[in-house]
Design a protein around this ligand. Structure first.
Ligand code: FAD
Length: 387
């Protein structure tokens, strides 16, 4: 088969680029080392007849009109405003912190935005320019909520206390001064009818796209030739054979998903219950049956334990890792016609909508109007290789 474009990885980044290139008549080959498409969004019907996600619950939310329009071409979506509750001191409270959270945890009687703002003002610590995750949380909610909801949870999630992480990891935590208990506040919050795998099947259903599953690029790379562009969506350090990681490894966090069948209608009152304390080792329990109000005789719950080893899921954002990443990025930028796309290749956590947007933008930059305009203007500055 003649191949114009070679793509490593059939997650969001790889699928979008494949679809875009196929649509302009290019022959695309995708190599995917897993046995399925859809990357970390992969879902399937389990033995209890419930649609579950293999790599953790995926809630779609976006303010990007372009992304929303794009994903609607390939699936119908139903509205889903995600809610998360946390078990703290034996009580179930909403996350993000809102009036109900504070009232329940501290036996307060707050009933207006002004009172909630006053409470936060009295409790928060005035830190102008937070230097780490701990300072970021203290400056938002103060020491009591920090201790109950953030300190240990961060340790479980990152194996680092908040003071060991960049302020940026925690300074965007939303805090609500009203009763809003939605986890996200984006304009569009929805789930694909039939699931993400079906959505990906549709995105990839072009005759110009050929997919090889169970195929690790590094096992076959010397055998494939003739393509004019390579898009790589795997870990950037793997691409360069870990050459800058011999002493200081680029760190990732992984998750052990432990699934259980529970022989009753429902196990918990919400799709996601977080456990921010040290009393249990898992960070949260997901009960998939809640998503889309599924019907089944039993229920499936999945406990998530964040661990050091295994599939790389979350880059660990701190100074040391950034420095190692920058060394790889410098090398990546030198490569001609090889593009590093997606969360692992950029060593950066992206929500799904950002991953869609980055891939769409990259395609436009390389093949679309914006490139022609730039060339016409004879500008020197062009596409950033590492998206
Ligand atoms: P991926 O989906 O990781 O795809 C990369 C693909 O490349 C993988 O399939 C991998 O197997 C393949 N690959 C890697 N190396 C090779 C190789 N050498 N050869 C062949 N194939 C290779 N986002 C949200 O918006 N909402 C959520 O609720 C949400 N929840 C999440 C929960 C978890 C636990 C995680 C980890 C992420 C979550 N995300 C969520 C983020 C979302 O998963 C990402 O935005 C999305 O997966 C990024 O797509 P990607 O294409 O960059 O990467």
């Amino acid at each position: 088969m003649k191949v114009d474009v070679l793509i490593i990885g059939a997650g969001i980044s790889g699928a979008v680029l494949a679809e875009r290139y196929a649509a302009i008549g290019k022959k695309v080959l995708i190599l995917e080392k897993r046995s399925h498409i859809a990357g970390n969004c992969y879902d399937y019907i389990d033995e209890n007849g419930i649609l579950v996600s293999k790599y953790g619950a995926h809630l779609f939310h976006t303010n990007e009109e372009e992304v929303w329009k794009y994903v609607n071409k390939f699936s119908e979506w139903y509205d889903w405003e995600h809610k998360v509750i946390a078990k703290v001191d034996g009580k179930l409270v909403p996350i993000p912190v809102n009036i109900t959270t504070v009232n329940k945890l501290f036996n307060e009687n707050i009933s207006s935005e002004e009172e909630m703002k006053d409470w936060l003002e009295k409790n928060r610590i005035d830190i102008q320019d937070p230097q780490n995750g701990k300072e970021a949380v203290l400056s938002k909610v103060g020491p009591e909520l920090y201790e109950k909801m953030f300190r240990h949870y961060t340790k479980k999630q990152w194996d680092k206390y908040p003071e060991e992480l960049d302020a940026s990891v925690l300074d965007r935590i939303p805090v609500r001064t009203n009763y809003d208990d939605r986890y996200f506040s984006d304009k569009y919050q929805a789930l694909p009818k039939g699931g993400y795998t079906k959505l990906f099947e549709k995105i990839l259903s072009h005759p110009n796209i050929h997919i090889e599953l169970n195929t690790d690029y590094f096992d076959v790379k010397d055998k494939i030739e003739g393509y004019s562009k390579l898009f790589y969506t795997g870990p950037i350090d793997r691409f360069f054979e870990f050459k800058y990681s011999l002493e200081d490894k680029l760190e990732y966090r992984s998750i052990n998903f432990v699934s259980e069948t529970v022989n009753k209608d429902f196990f918990q009152e919400n799709s996601v219950v977080n456990y921010p304390g040290m009393e249990v080792e898992y960070t949260r329990i997901i009960e998939y049956k809640h998503f889309g109000h599924q019907q089944a005789g039993k229920t499936t719950i999945v406990k998530e334990f964040t661990v050091d080893t295994g599939e790389p899921y979350y880059p660990v954002p701190n100074q040391k890792n950034r420095e190692i990443y920058e060394r790889y990025k410098k090398e990546a930028d030198q490569l001609k016609d090889i593009y590093f796309v997606g969360r692992l290749a950029n060593y950066k956590y992206f929500n799904m909508d950002q991953a869609f947007k980055n891939a769409l933008d990259l395609f436009k930059n390389l093949e679309g109007k914006s490139k022609r305009t730039r060339i016409a203007r004879n500008e020197k500055k062009t596409v950033h290789r590492v998206q």
